[in-house]
Unconditional design. Structure first.
Length: 294
């Protein structure tokens, strides 16, 4: 395992990517909410609908991203994790997960997984990391854990006999019901070594039932499945694992530290943790981190 980045490989002749710009994509809508520029008019129109249904959506996206940063720092600095598997990567927005992990531990190894063509088009940005570590990108469907686990790039980059942090943030609510998202998580965590961790954020039905319901209907009308879940339903993803304190909470309440930082594509804001009200940081998303025992 050297420090050379691995690019996604595709069988057969190279063909132009179909970015399907005429319909909204979850990764691009999220990019709009973060203030990014890798999006199209269909995505911006859907982002407006998202905000109309959930007025706090932009701050929720920022709070989710800040949670990922804090969780990654916790895993690298306190849990001693040096291997990361990020499924549902999304459009690269610096600092990316590998930049956070390698800032703490330069030898950290990261594999990104996504099957969105827009993410594939920008995947090279995910390979600019510390030379002591390694980053790789895999084109795969999150609903097919067997394909992910069998991929050579995964085994070339990570040692599944050692602890891995599995990140599935704002992902599981997109998986179709027929794929059984709970079974997907069990299959993946079942292959991870003791000491591994699972990181999840998920759209919360019980924090905004009417807004999340309208959001589900809007995405269904655009051809995408979306299923919000309650806190108890999200907790089922962590069955058999030990939740890290403070358990399952809204993103900005997960180990905020002395400064509550919310980072977007084009802006960074900070406020003293605990001074912002839950209304100001309203985030209809559940977030949690859990460890796998021996």
């Amino acid at each position: 395992m050297g420090g050379t980045p691995q690019w996604p490989e595709r069988a057969g002749p190279r063909v132009p990517l179909d970015l399907r710009t005429d319909r909204p994509h979850a990764a691009r809508v999220y990019d709009v909410l973060l203030g990014g520029k890798t999006n199209y008019s269909s995505d911006r129109a859907m982002a407006e609908q998202v905000v109309a249904n959930i007025p706090s959506a932009r701050r929720t996206a920022l709070a989710n991203r800040a949670f990922i940063h804090r969780a990654t720092r916790y895993l690298a600095a306190e849990a001693g994790i040096r291997q990361f598997l990020d499924i549902g990567t999304g459009i690269p927005t610096s600092p990316n997960l590998h930049e956070i992990a390698q800032d703490v531990a330069p030898d950290s190894r990261v594999v990104y997984v996504d099957n969105d063509p827009i993410v594939l088009a920008h995947s090279r940005a995910l390979h600019i990391g510390h030379p002591s570590g390694r980053t790789a990108y895999m084109e795969a469907d999150a609903a097919d854990p067997d394909a992910i686990l069998a991929a050579p790039v995964l085994h070339d980059t990570l040692d599944l006999g050692r602890p891995v942090a599995l990140s599935m943030c704002l992902l599981l609510h997109w998986l179709p019901a027929e794929s059984d998202p709970y079974a997907v998580v069990r299959r993946l965590t079942g292959e991870l070594a003791p000491g591994s961790h699972l990181v999840i954020t998920h759209l919360a039905r019980d924090l905004d039932e009417s807004g999340s319901g309208r959001l589900e209907a809007d995405f269904e009308a655009s051809g995408s499945q979306l299923k919000a879940r309650t806190k108890d339903e999200v907790a089922r993803f962590f069955d058999g694992l030990s939740l890290v304190e403070p358990g399952i909470v809204v993103p900005h309440r997960w180990r905020p530290g002395p400064v509550l930082e919310v980072v977007g594509a084009n802006a960074t804001t900070a406020t003293t943790a605990g001074t912002g009200t839950d209304e100001e940081y309203a985030a209809p998303v559940w977030a949690g981190v859990a460890a796998k025992g021996g």
